[in-house]
Design a protein around this ligand. Structure first.
Ligand code: ADP
Length: 301
């Protein structure tokens, strides 16, 4: 098969591993920087050009679209879809997962466990917003944040009020969330391929930190997950319509709570901790479904 990998940087671990996995399995793989793709959206003959070359003959496309290029990146992916190229994750599924509010609303509709969460753009009554999610301590998140940046723990009502006020002063929407203390500074990343959790790691925050992100100095280790965690992770990915996803879960006293569904999960931490060939599994899945020409998006909204 001829497989396009959309990634801004061919040197990234995940991109390199996907290229390698494609080639090991006898496929031709090419990496394209989405921002350098330009498109012709004429009726009947949608096309994509890259550095003067007309891209054609691709069987599948593996999107690795960074959060900062979601809009243009999903447009390029959509163009591949319109050309009949099989997308590992569909553009609409990526858009759903990237929009944190939309994602949480869709997950809640499916009855998937979530931390109690409020969101606001310009609330006139911040005290009421805080009470609405059960009071302090609570976690306040900037909607545009990633890798744990823009995630703050406010222990007291006054601290919460001033953090919310300053975030809103920056004209940013905020998400206000119950603090799941019993998670003890750790979260579980479940890597989904198809309908299965193929690997799960526990990320533990360093001492004195509640955010478990590896970028914030967290540590990753292999973990055994419960059947309830497994089914929660699979349902969360299916709700988004993602074939490949990283579902982040907090272990609470009342069961697994989904924090986020990541549509371009990093492979380095999870492959190293699990010693599994996840890139190979992703390419194998792509092979199986691209051949039948089936897209599997089941999410909606
Ligand atoms: P980002 O998308 O920037 O990584 P997250 O929402 O995943 O932000 O939060 C970063 C980390 O902070 C999580 O991995 C988790 O360890 C911790 N965390 C986030 N929300 C909560 C919460 N409501 N209760 C307890 N810990 C949390």
């Amino acid at each position: 098969m001829k497989i396009a990998i959309l990634s801004r940087n061919p040197k990234l671990y995940s991109t390199r591993r996907l290229v390698e996995a494609c080639r090991t399995r006898g496929h031709e793989a090419r990496v394209f920087d989405v921002l350098r793709c330009y498109m012709n959206i004429t009726s009947h003959r949608p096309s994509i050009h890259y550095k003067g070359e007309h891209l054609s003959g691709f069987d599948a496309v593996i999107p690795r679209i960074g959060a900062s290029v979601t809009s243009y990146g999903t447009a390029v992916l959509r163009q591949f879809e319109m050309m009949g190229v099989y997308p590992l994750n569909e553009s609409v599924a990526i858009s759903r997962a990237r929009d944190k509010l939309r994602a949480l609303q869709l997950l809640s509709r499916k009855g998937i466990g979530l931390p109690v969460t409020g969101f606001a753009h310009k609330p006139d009554d911040i005290a009421d917003l805080i009470e609405m999610v059960g009071g302090t301590p609570l976690v306040i998140k900037l909607l545009e944040g990633s890798q744990g940046m823009g995630v703050v723990l406010a222990e007291t009502h006054n601290a919460a009020k001033s953090v919310i006020e300053s975030f809103l002063g920056l004209k940013a929407s905020v998400l206000v969330q119950e603090f799941v203390k019993e998670a003890g500074g750790s979260d579980i990343r479940c890597l989904i391929v198809g309908d299965k959790v193929v690997a799960a790691i526990k990320r533990q925050a360093r001492a004195g930190e509640f955010r478990a992100n590896l970028h914030r100095g967290g540590e990753a280790m292999l973990v055994k997950i419960t059947p309830e965690e497994r089914s929660t992770a699979v349902r969360a990915a299916q709700t988004m319509g993602l074939n490949v996803a990283g579902v982040d879960i907090l272990r609470s006293n009342h069961g697994p709570l989904v924090l986020e569904v990541n549509s371009s999960p990093g492979l380095e931490g999870i492959e190293r901790a699990s010693d599994k060939d996840i890139a190979g599994m992703i390419v194998e899945f792509t092979e199986k479904f691209a051949r039948t020409g089936r897209t599997r998006t089941r999410g909606s909204g």
